[in-house]
Design a protein around this ligand. Structure first.
Ligand code: ADP
Length: 561
């Protein structure tokens, strides 16, 4: 069984408040006895010196760091020696002073259980024998008959007292088991708190940190020891207006539990860490009722907050982008109705209005398509379906689909394939969608010449597909913005075409999902080259069809050899 001593500096039952009056009581008793000439030793200097020394010793309990309880072993030995000295040399040995020893046995038992009782009891017997020897110049049978009952009586008194104060053996055993369990639970709790990714700080009722976990150090970006530091000195909070907020003030205003996301930790420049703060008040009942404090849980929600802000911004941008075509379509259709209601119907004007309204509806349909493609591309949790296919196959499909469109605009559309190209294992759907976006843009933003699609291998693991046009080109200053959402060039040629500004934004997302990289080289009025650099094997998921095939091939290979 694990031995648990009840030693604790916080224990109220053996605080200086109790030990000091007891020691002072002995001093008073000694002085009364001395002046009534009842002491064994009548030497004034010796008795007064002992009284002064004992007084100083009693008050030493109030010296910080020396308090009884923390240095209990030292005090326990000292009190035993002092009382033994008093009994042997100063006061009559077989007097009521002996009963002061009951206190010592009690203390010894309190700190060292049965071992303490035995040692203290033996010391008492030795003191009684030595005192008798010294004061009576020897031990007679009569004296022995006095010593033994007195000693036994002290032990009985002690037994009754300790049972009354500390409970019986059984309940003490239960208590020490409870302490072992509490210590185990405490250890488990500490381990749990330490393994939490959220920062946890416990502060006492003075606002000083008592416990904290590793995540706190991460959050506060420090490796200093935080125990006993004021929480207000290390957790510098600010509200939305940038005004300082004292965390301990927040805690003190908490009745039970407080949750808030209104505060942040300012970093240098305009950066900050947004926090989700959860404060719980802790209070204990019973003996330690005065102990109170707070548990503060801090979670870094900077990323979530910025995602929320981004989403809000996106919704407002989308609604803004949708408002214009809806207003135009609504206007054109109202105009058509108005024209139709006139007595002399102008069929041409009505048709023109309806066509313009229709164009806007088509634009809205494009926008909705793009938005749903975007939401698909942004759902990162969805596994991409990887297939192994020849680049040439997809390129030929694109060529067949878009050649008529290019020719209609008087442009040529050519495909140049390097002679030996590896098959690629990636999402065919995303691959096609990316190149389709490049090709449709190239046709859309080119008014003379044409478009070439060039496919070649970069090395064993990567291929590059360039879509080169001889069109409007993109100014150097604008090139970095082409993948931004809703961005369209200010160039008048672009503005004369219809578009949502979402195509390349989606393309970039899709490329990222299949591990591809996009590149752009462009010169205004000369043309642009949009390139997709792609790993031959997509890293993100397993090739459903060919995974089985290659595993089989590997197995067969092994069997052959
Ligand atoms: P959309 O074509 O619907 O406007 P995109 O995201 O596909 O949206 O393209 C964003 C912008 O990039 C276009 O509006 C255009 O200004 C510019 N752009 C894209 N591709 C080309 C290209 N091949 N040549 C010139 N400009 C281009």
């Amino acid at each position: 069984m694990v031995q648990v001593s009840l030693s604790s500096s916080d224990d109220v039952s053996l605080s200086p408040k109790l030990v000091t009056p007891a020691a002072l009581g002995v001093v008073i008793l000694l002085l009364i006895n001395f002046f009534t000439k009842q002491t064994f030793n009548s030497n004034r200097t010796v008795v007064l010196s002992i009284a002064v020394a004992l007084t100083l010793f009693a008050f030493s309990h109030f010296i910080p760091h020396l308090k009884f309880g923390k240095a209990h072993a030292f005090y326990l030995y000292s009190y035993h020696w002092i009382l033994a000295g008093l009994l042997i040399f100063i006061v009559p040995v077989l007097s009521y002073y002996l009963y002061l020893w009951v206190m010592l046995i009690c203390m010894a038992e309190f700190f060292y259980q049965a071992k303490g009782t035995i040692i203290s009891g033996t010391a008492l017997l030795a003191t009684m024998l030595l005192g008798t020897l010294y004061q009576y110049n020897g031990i007679t049978k009569d004296l022995l008959f006095k010593i033994i009952p007195e000693f036994s009586l002290i032990l009985v008194v002690n037994l009754i007292l300790t049972r009354l104060v500390f409970g019986n053996r059984q309940s003490r055993k239960v208590l020490s088991e409870k302490i072992v369990r509490a210590e185990y639970e405490h250890g488990r709790l500490l381990a749990l708190i330490n393994s939490m990714s959220d920062a946890v700080v416990a502060v006492n009722d003075e606002g000083k940190i008592t416990t904290y976990n590793a995540a706190v150090l991460d959050l506060l970006d420090t490796n200093k020891t935080l125990s006993d530091t004021l929480i207000d000195d290390v957790l510098l909070l600010q509200d939305a207006k940038g005004e300082s907020v004292l965390p301990f003030e927040l805690a003190k205003n908490t009745k039970h539990i407080k949750k808030t996301s209104d505060y942040h930790i300012p970093l240098d420049r305009n950066d900050h860490v947004d926090l989700d703060i959860n404060i719980s008040r802790i209070g204990t009942s019973g003996l330690l009722a005065k102990q109170q404090g707070y548990i503060i849980l801090l979670r870094d929600i900077t990323k979530e907050k910025s995602l929320d802000e981004e989403r809000d911004l996106f919704i407002s941008e989308v609604s803004h982008e949708l408002r214009t075509p809806i207003t135009i379509a609504e206007g054109e259709l109202s105009m058509a109705v108005m024209l139709a209601e006139k007595p002399e119907t102008d069929a041409k004007a009505i048709k023109e209005s309806v066509v313009r309204g229709h164009d806007q509806i088509v634009f809205l349909a494009d926008m909705v398509n793009d938005l749903s493609a975007l939401s698909r591309a942004q759902r990162d949790d969805i596994q991409i379906d990887v297939e192994t296919f020849k680049i040439e196959d997809v390129m030929n499909e694109i060529l067949t689909t878009y050649k008529p469109q290019a020719e209609k605009r008087g442009l040529w559309l050519k495909l140049e394939m390097a002679p030996t190209l590896p098959e690629i294992a990636t999402s065919r759907l995303y691959f096609r969608e990316i190149l389709q976006n490049f090709v449709t843009n190239a046709i859309k933003y080119t008014d003379h010449g044409g478009v070439i699609i060039k496919c070649q291998a970069v090395d064993r693991d990567n291929v590059i597909i360039d879509v080169i046009d001889t069109g409007a080109g993109i100014a150097k200053t604008e090139q970095s913005k082409v993948y931004d959402k809703f961005w369209r060039s200010e160039d008048p040629y672009t503005r004369s075409t219809s578009g949502t500004g979402l195509g390349l934004f989606i393309t970039a997302k899709l490329a990222h999902r299949i591990g591809g990289t996009l590149r752009l080289t462009s010169k205004l009025k000369e043309g642009s080259t949009f390139s997709l650099l792609l790993p031959v094997k997509a890293k993100r998921s397993k090739d459903k069809v060919n995974f089985v095939k290659s595993e089989l091939a590997l197995l067969l290979d092994k069997n052959d050899s």
